[in-house]
Write a protein that binds this ligand. Structure first.
Ligand SMILES: *Cc1c(COP(=O)(O)O)cnc(C)c1O
Length: 335
């Protein structure tokens, strides 16, 4: 199958499978898993934080961050399109009693700093207490400019707020700008990173923060059922995700560009090429096309897409340049 639905579908590499088979493990709830301990220490150091916590998913890492920064009755500011607002089952509100204050995302994925300023609540018992700003990078495949991150950090500092980054695809943002991941993490009090997307680990994310925050997050993780035992089997693959898979993302980005160019030459699709910055292509589908039928026919030919008025196609390690050529020629034959 050639699967364009998401980079979450990537299979672990042969090196990962070997490392998992031989991983040194212990009970991580006792703090005894050497592979988890090594991963957390390496990630904290490499990305410039006191501490790191290995989590079962990106959703869990974000929830732990929100619940560790905010108390019951507090508020966090985020984008309307933020994953941790829109696609995480309302966890902050349901489990954290934290009120989201979503704001419009601009076309480039940013939230206007003036909108953030205006949404910060005064210290008055009518209002929830604004505690945290949460940004996302990449967002919808787009990279937030470094200067914007610096300005957002300054705003948070001046208004005595904390600032979190949902960095599920932070490695894509770094590679696209030819900078390091720590060049991005430097602007944040906490960052979540997915290892199971473009980086190919089968399972797992990281939360980065200071010692106090990670200490709190560890308690919440236990409460949420995320205390895993011989998790070193997973951490061994996660380690290779960070050591071996980051630079490779540039291939996915090149492939996304190629895919976008090819699609934009077809009358039935409209692609904004300037918005293809990492591994995602968004293509507006012509009204004349019944895309659900096309998706079914593609599936019979071994190609998976998520049908919609706007197609989101994601490139990743298990899709080659040849696969994209094959997809385009198959698609042409169906149109
Ligand atoms: C995928 C994703 C997450 C959540 O990760 P899961 O591991 O799927 O829970 C969080 N934020 C963003 C931006 C994502 O794309």
């Amino acid at each position: 199958m050639i699967d364009f639905r998401s980079d979450t579908v990537t299979q672990p590499t042969q090196n990962m499978r070997r490392a998992m088979a031989c991983a040194e493990v212990g009970d991580d709830v006792y703090g005894d898993d050497p592979s988890v301990n090594r991963l957390e220490a390496m990630a904290a150091e490499r990305f410039g934080f006191d501490s790191a916590l290995f989590t079962s998913s990106g959703t869990q890492a974000n929830l732990l961050a929100l619940m560790s920064h905010c108390d019951r009755g507090d508020e966090y500011i985020c984008g309307q399109q933020a994953h941790n607002y829109k696609f995480e089952a309302g966890g902050a509100a349901v489990l954290g009693s934290i009120q989201p204050q979503p704001l419009t995302n601009q076309a480039d994925g940013s939230i206007l700093l003036s909108d953030i300023e205006a949404a910060i609540k005064p210290d008055d018992f009518h209002f929830a207490k604004t505690r945290l700003i949460s940004l996302e990078n990449t967002i919808g495949g787009k990279v937030l400019p470094q200067q914007y991150l610096a300005d957002a950090q300054a705003l948070a500092f001046n208004r005595r707020l904390k600032i979190h980054l949902d960095g599920a695809r932070i490695a894509n943002a770094a590679v696209a700008q030819n900078i390091t991941i720590s060049d991005i993490t430097q602007y944040f009090d906490s960052v979540s990173i997915c290892l199971s997307k473009g980086l190919c680990a089968p399972v797992g994310s990281l939360l980065l923060g200071d010692e106090k925050l990670i200490h709190k997050a560890r308690r919440w993780r236990k409460m949420l059922g995320g205390g895993m035992r011989q998790a070193g089997v997973l951490a061994a693959a996660a380690q290779l995700a960070l050591d071996e898979q980051v630079e490779r993302l540039s291939v996915d980005h090149d492939n996304a560009h190629y895919l976008a160019e090819q699609l934009s030459q077809l009358d039935e699709f409209e692609v904004e090429l300037s918005e293809v910055q990492t591994n995602m292509v968004f293509a507006k589908v012509s009204d004349k096309l019944v895309i659900s039928d096309i998706a079914k026919q593609l599936k019979d030919k071994g190609i998976l897409i998520s049908p919609g008025a706007v197609l989101r196609l994601v490139t990743h390690a298990d899709i080659s340049h040849d696969d994209i050529q094959h997809f385009i020629s198959t698609l042409k034959s169906l149109l």
